[in-house]
Write a protein that binds this ligand. Sequence first.
Ligand code: URP
Ligand code: ZN
Ligand code: ZN
Length: 460
Amino acid sequence: MSILIKNGHIVTASADYIANIFVEGETISAIGKDLPMSADKTIDASGKLVFPGGVDAHVHLDLPVMGTFSSDNFETGTRAALFGGTTTIIDFANQTRGETLHAAVDEWHKKAAGNALCDYGFHVSVTDFNPTTKAEIKQLIDDGITSFKTFMAYKGTLMIDDGQMMGIMDEVKKHGGIVTVHATNGDMIEALVKKHQAEGKLTPLYHYRSQPEITEIEACGRFIDMANYTGVTCLIVHMTSAGALNKVREASKRNQRVFVETCPQYLLLDASVYEKENFEGAKWVMSPPIREQKDREALWAGLNQGMIQTVGTDHCPFFMEQKRKGEDDFTKIPNGAPGIEHRIELLYSEGVRKGRISLNKFVEVISTNPAKIFGMYPRKGTLAIGADADIVIFDPEEQHTISAKTHHHNCDYSAYEGREVTGKCKTVLMRGKVAVENDEMKIEKGYGQFLKRGISSLVI
Ligand code: URP
Ligand code: ZN
Ligand code: ZN
C-alpha cells in the first residue's frame, strides 16, 4: 500500500515548509516538492498542517486502583488516542510489592497485546526495590523497557524511601536507562490527610488542600539532588507548580539536566474546580492536584523556554460511579481523569493559536521530545525518510467543542466539557495505514505493536 500526501504544510520540531510525502508500506520513503510517484491513495492536504503522530508518554490504561480499574483499556484508550492524533503511548507496568518487575511487565503485555490500535511501550514502576528487582533492571533495558518510574508519594502502596531511590538511580544509571518520578512528599501529604479527616473535612476540596505546592517543591528538590549525586538521567512527570519548576531552574545553574513533563490539565485549568458543589470536584481529583493561575503561567513559560520538554496526559479515567466510592471521604476517590484524546488539539488551540508557543515547539513537546527522551527517535517523533509513517493531517481552522457526548474516552464525563477549541485532527496515519478519516476509525484492535525502546537520545 502506498499513500501520497500532497501539498501539506509540513511541520516538524525544526522545519516548516509545503511539500509532498510519499508513504510506502509502514514508513515514509520520500519527502519533496514534486514527487513523481503515483500511489494507491492520494490525500490532498492543501491548507492543512502535516506533523508527526503524537507521543503520549504518560497514560494509565486498565490500571488497578483502589479495588477498581481505570475505565479505558488498551482498546478503547488507544482508539481515543488515535482520534486525537496520538500514535504512540507509553503506559506504566506497576510492580506489585513482593512480586518481580518482570511479573508486572508480563501482566501489562497481556493487557495490551491484540488490543492496542496504536503503538505502545511500557515504563516499569518500581515499588519494591530489593536485590531481586535490582538484578532485573539490566534485562528490562535490554528488552526495550528503558525507563523506571518511582513514587515519592502514595505512602503504604507505591511510595519508596530515599535509600531505595538512590539504589534504583545507581542501577539504572549503570545500564543507561532513565528514572522518572511522581515527586510529591508522601509523608507531608499523609499528615495533612489525617489532619483533614480528623477535622471532618472530607470533600474533594480537601484532596487539593492535602497536597499544597510545598509538597511538590520539597520532593522535586530532593529528587533532583539525588539525581545530581548519582548522575542518572532523570525526568519529573506531571509537574504542576511554579515552585517545583524553580527547583529545576536552580539545578540548571550547576549545569544539571532535569527533564520535565507537564500535562494539559495543569496548563489550562485552575483549582477553582475543587470548589464545585455536589461532588463535582471529584472529576478533577488527581495527584498532584490542579493549581493556580501563577502556576499555569510558569508552566507555559517553562514550555516555551525549554525548561519543560514534554506534555503527556496522565490519562487515568474513571466513571462518576467509580469516583463516588469517595463521596464521604476524598481519600477513597480513585485518582485520575480522562484526557488522552485532547492533548494535541488543546495544545494547538491554547498554545499555538494564543501565541504561547510556536508551531515547531508544539511538535517538539507533543511528539519529538518524548520520542527522544524515551528512546524512540527517529523512528517516532518526526517526519523523515525511513521514519514510521505516523502522520497527522490537521485542519488548523476547524472549530469544535469538547464534550463527553462526542469524545471517544470510555468515561461519562470530560475534564474539558464545553471548551471550544480551534484545530482538528482530520486524518491520522498509523504506521502507513489510514487509521482515522472522516471521524471514523479505519483500523482494528491489534494493529498496535509493542515498541522496544532504546536509550534517551536528547542531547543537552
Ligand atoms: O491522579 C493520578 N495522576 N493518577 C494516576 C497515577 C499517577 O500518579 O500518575
Ligand atoms: Zn503520578
Ligand atoms: Zn500517572
